[in-house]
Ligand binder design. Structure first.
Ligand code: BGC
Length: 562
């Protein structure tokens, strides 16, 4: 299968996120690599996805899993070479799979040549102007310029040898770039073209709502900063002028045929998401609302309606996400008591944090229930109009790994919070491809994050052989979904039952989800749903003619009357 020339290929695509260090290890060093992705191209094609998004694979000291980039136009030697990248891209393209790379524009690694030059050149130099350096306060400037807190804990300022301080929104190893500097803007245009010229189809833009900042004096205190509205004037987040940056990027995207696409990771007020998603800007933005919601019919319906409205407003398609490399896997989230979601739109929301910290020793996790609900939610998500983003391993029904010792952890959030925040390693453990072997088929060496024994039960090898496995469900769903192409619309069908959501898509497919813990008789769901269920095609759990089983989604094929 080759790539189509359709410029709208992305609108209803299924995009599969690969965390390269944890996908497949071809050279046997315990770290996943690009050749590993190439070696699994057939697996990706069989899954039926339209695109992969690769988390960063660039040279990095891995202070933040690769989101600390030392060279934006190269490959980390531990993960391969540019030639390996080209080979991977060709292998995926030959199979009709597009390639999306991660662009990290808010900060570089402290090992980036620009940051090294900034340190060497000293205060007041043009080299320092690419970053955000300030003098400190107090005697000899020994106190940071402000009391601001970094996202990963500790101060947002780090002092350098000559006494100045630099700003880092995340870890100290990730100095923030100065986006008021035209040289910074130019260099990113070069990076975008570099990858587009190598055949990359699109970009995922990391913390797209930061970049431009207003650090004019007097700077507010942390308390003041925290109280400021995110209305386009906040000194750090979601400033209106960040859109000027993306308007320039858009011109570069449109130099290509089909135009390159982008998706913003923008944790902003939902009313402001369309700014990033409209076609003059990045063109699409993540909607993380389902990822933050409990498994609840009312919440799902509100979120779906709201986001479809936002998508209409921006002219983009909506995006749906349940898991990614920053949050607890949804099979585990849904097995915990309902989480209190962070309605303020907090940055990384990990419901179940307390449970993971206790290493899962508390009895409240119901794994079976979590997986049952995860399968139902995933099937519902795949029925929605718009683009679905899947995270590697969710197609196996993988759970979060909580049994990682402190000395094996890698995430800076764990270290910088002295273990208070347990970090994101539990969703980044390398995939189990086989049920046996030193790293369960991931590679020939022990995996860089330890795989627990129970991972073997979720291996690709095992699930490929099972009719009712999660992998089989995803494959069938992705294949059936191709028949759902059509207008990006849905029509709710009233079921008369608060816990059961049903909707029809143009073309006549119907999706029915029972969110409750009890089976619901079909006869109670109204005539239209009952008729549709008579044409049940695929279900997240066993199909029964008389009931929609508890915590289950059923897809119904179009009928004569659809
Ligand atoms: C990425 C994180 C990363 C952070 C800093 C995020 O949005 O998804 O994994 O730690 O940006 O780059």
């Amino acid at each position: 299968m080759s790539l189509t020339s359709d410029p709208n290929w992305w609108r209803q695509a299924v995009v599969y996120q690969i965390y390269p260090r944890s996908f497949a290890d071809a050279n046997g060093d315990g770290l996943g690599d690009l050749a590993g992705v190439t070696s699994r191209a057939d697996y990706l094609a069989d899954l039926g996805i339209d695109a992969v998004w690769l988390s960063p694979f660039y040279p990095s000291e891995l202070a933040d899993g690769g989101y600390d980039v030392a060279d934006y136009r190269n490959v980390d030697p531990r993960l391969g070479t540019l030639a390996d990248f080209d080979e991977m891209t060709s292998a995926l393209h030959e199979r009709g799979i597009r390639v999306i790379v991660d662009i990290v524009p808010n900060h570089t690694s402290r090992h980036h040549e620009w940051f090294r030059a900034a340190l060497a050149a000293g205060p007041g130099s043009p080299e320092r102007e690419r970053y955000i350096f300030r003098d400190g306060r107090g005697p000899n400037g020994s106190e940071p310029p402000t009391d601001w807190r970094a996202m990963f804990g500790g101060s947002q300022w780090e002092r350098v040898e000559d006494g100045q301080w630099y700003l880092h929104t995340f870890a100290p190893e990730q100095p923030d770039l100065n986006w008021a500097n035209p040289e910074v803007r130019e260099d990113f245009l070069r990076t975008l073209r570099f990858w587009a010229d190598r055949g990359v189809d699109g970009y995922r833009v990391d913390v797209a709502h930061s970049l431009t900042k207003d650090l004019s004096e007097p700077l507010p205190s942390w308390e003041e900063l925290e109280a400021m509205p995110w209305d386009g004037t906040h000194p750090i987040w979601d400033r209106d002028e960040v859109q000027e940056v993306y308007a320039e990027w858009r011109k570069v995207f449109n130099e290509y045929d089909p135009p390159r696409v982008a998706v913003a990771e923008a944790w902003v007020e939902s009313e402001r998401v369309p700014r990033y998603a409209n076609e003059g800007s990045l063109g699409q933005a993540f909607n993380f609302d389902l990822l933050r919601a409990n498994f609840d019919a009312g919440a799902f319906r509100r979120i779906i309606d709201h986001n479809l409205t936002l998508a209409t407003r921006s002219g983009s398609s909506s995006t749906w996400v349940l898991s990614n490399h920053d949050v607890i896997r949804h099979a585990t989230r849904y097995g915990l008591p309902d989480a209190v979601s962070d309605d303020r739109g907090g940055y990384i929301v990990n419901p179940g944090a307390e449970w993971v910290k206790s290493r899962g020793s508390e009895p409240q996790l119901d794994r079976e229930r979590g997986l049952r609900r995860a399968r139902a939610a995933s099937l519902l998500l795949l029925a929605l109009p718009g683009c679905a983003y899947l995270y590697e391993g969710e197609e196996l029904g993988l759970h979060e790994v909580c049994e990682i010792d402190a000395d094996e952890r890698q995430d800076p959030t764990f270290f910088r919070s002295e273990g208070v925040d347990y970090g994101r390693d539990g969703c980044r453990v390398p995939l189990p491809w086989k049920s046996e072997g030193v790293s369960l088929g991931f590679g020939e060496a022990p995996a860089h994050l330890p795989q627990p024994e129970w991972f073997a039960d979720f291996s690709v090898e095992r699930e490929e052989a099972e009719e009712d496995s999660t992998l089989t469900l995803y494959r069938r769903a992705l294949s059936a979904r191709r028949a759902w192409q059509g207008a990006e619309e849905l029509r709710w069908i009233e079921t008369g039952c608060d816990d059961v959501l049903a909707f029809a898509r143009p073309g006549g497919w119907v999706s029915v989800t029972n969110f409750s813990a009890v089976d619901v008789p079909v006869s109670e769901l109204g005539e239209e749903v009952a008729r549709a269920l008579g044409r049940a095609h695929l279900a997240s759990r066993e199909m029964r003619p008389d009931v929609v089983a508890a915590e289950t989604t059923v897809w119904c094929a179009p009928g004569e009357d659809s």
